[in-house]
Design a protein. Structure first.
Ligand SMILES: NC(=O)c1ccc[n+]([C@@H]2O[C@H](COP(=O)([O-])OP(=O)(O)OC[C@H]3O[C@@H](n4cnc5c(N)ncnc54)[C@H](OP(=O)(O)O)[C@@H]3O)[C@@H](O)[C@H]2O)c1
Length: 280
C-alpha cells in the first residue's frame, strides 16, 4: 500500500513513521506541503500517489488557538478540507486524526462516537467543524479521536513534569480534569491496524484506563524514581486561555469493534520512560 502522512514531523507523525513497516510511506511536514495551500496539497498527493492518506497535521497549541483563531481554523478545518479534496480527486482513502476536545466534558461516563459534539475551545471547534466538513466531502473517511497524547520527539506532559520535578521543590497539578493519556506509539499501531481493516466513520482510540492530570503526574514522578512531592490543585487556580473539558474519557467500544485493543496508560508510560531514557 502507498501511504502519505501529513504531519509526519509531529509527535504522532514520528511514531507513525517509525511503526509503519511493509508499506511504501511518505512523510510530509509543513515545509513539504502547507495544508492551508490547496495547490501544495494537490501537488503532494499527485507526486506521492497514495492509496491512503493519514492526516495528523494540526495546529495543536490549544491556548494558542484562543489567541489565533484564524490560524486555528485555517489549519485545522480549512487545511483538513484541502486534504480531503485532494484525497477525493485522487481516490485515496483518508484517515483524519481528531480530538476529545470536540466534547464539552459534562458527561461522567465515557464518550461514545455518537455523542454530540459540543466543543468549548477554539481548538475543539476547529477540529469539530473539520469532522463535519470531511464527512460531507468523503463519507467513507475514518476519523480517529484521541486524547492526552505523549511520546518521544516533542513536547508533552510527562516530559514537562519530569523536567519540573528535577528543578522545583514540589509540583501542583490539576485534579479536576479526567481523561486518558495516550502513547503516540500505541496510537500509531492502532491507526495502522485501522487502515489495514479499512475502517470508516468515527473511532475512539486512547490507551485504556483514565486519570486526572494530578494522578498522571504522580505516576510519572514515581515511575521515574523521583521523590518530588506532587500536590493536587484545581483548574481555577491556574486560569488558561482555553477551557478544557472536565471529563473527556473516550469509550473503547468503537475500536474494539475493529478487533483492536490498546494497552493501559500505565503500561504505556513505562515504555515511554524506557524509550526516553534510551534517548539520553
Ligand atoms: N497532542 C495532543 O494531546 C492531542 C490530543 C488529541 C488529538 N490530537 C491530534 O493528534 C494529531 C497529532 O497531534 P501531535 O501532538 O502529533 O501534533 P504536533 O506534535 O503538534 O505536530 C503537528 C504536526 O502538524 C504539522 N503542521 C502544523 N501546521 C501545518 C500546516 N499548516 N501544514 C502542514 N503541516 C502542518 C507539523 O509540521 P511541522 O512540524 O513540519 O511544522 C507537525 O508535523 C493532531 O491532529 C491533533 O489535533 C493531539
Amino acid at each position: 500500500m502507498r501511504i502519505t502522512i501529513f504531519g509526519a514531523t509531529g509527535l504522532l507523525g514520528q511514531a507513525l513513521m517509525r511503526e509503519w513497516a511493509e508499506d511504501e510511506v511518505t512523510g510530509l511536514g509543513s515545509k513539504d506541503a502547507d495544508i492551508r495551500n490547496l495547490l501544495q496539497v494537490l501537488d503532494a498527493v499527485r507526486r506521492t500517489r497514495p492509496e491512503r492518506i493519514v492526516l495528523a497535521a494540526a495546529y495543536t497549541d490549544v491556548d494558542g488557538c484562543e489567541t489565533q483563531p484564524q490560524l486555528a481554523f485555517a489549519v485545522n478545518r480549512d487545511g483538513a478540507v484541502n486534504v480531503a479534496l485532494a484525497a477525493k480527486q485522487h481516490r485515496s482513502r483518508l484517515l483524519f486524526v481528531s480530538t476529545d476536545y470536540v466534547f464539552d466534558g459534562i458527561k461522567t461516563t465515557p464518550y461514545e462516537v455518537q455523542d454530540e459534539r459540543a466543543p468549548r475551545s477554539v481548538y475543539g471547534r476547529s477540529k469539530a467543524e473539520a469532522e463535519v466538513r470531511l464527512r460531507e466531502i468523503l463519507p467513507e473517511c475514518c476519523m480517529v479521536r484521541t486524547s492526552w497524547l505523549f511520546g518521544t520527539g516533542g513536547k508533552c506532559f510527562p516530559d514537562t513534569i519530569l523536567k519540573l520535578a528535577q528543578s522545583r521543590p514540589e509540583l501542583q497539578v490539576v485534579n479536576d480534569q479526567r481523561g486518558s493519556p495516550t502513547y503516540a506509539t500505541d496510537l500509531a499501531r492502532a491507526i495502522i491496524q485501522l487502515c489495514r481493516k479499512n475502517a470508516t466513520g468515527i473511532v475512539h482510540a486512547t490507551n485504556r484506563g483514565d486519570c486526572t492530570w494530578f494522578e498522571f503526574a504522580q505516576e510519572i514522578v514515581q515511575h521515574a524514581g523521583l521523590v518530588t512531592p506532587v500536590l493536587p490543585t484545581t483548574s481555577d487556580k491556574f486560569p488558561r486561555p482555553a477551557e478544557r473539558p472536565k471529563y473527556s474519557v473516550l469509550s473503547p467500544q468503537s475500536l474494539a469493534a475493529y478487533g483492536v485493543t490498546m494497552p493501559t496508560w500505565q503500561n504505556a508510560l513505562e515504555r515511554y520512560l524506557t524509550a526516553r531514557r534510551g534517548q539520553g
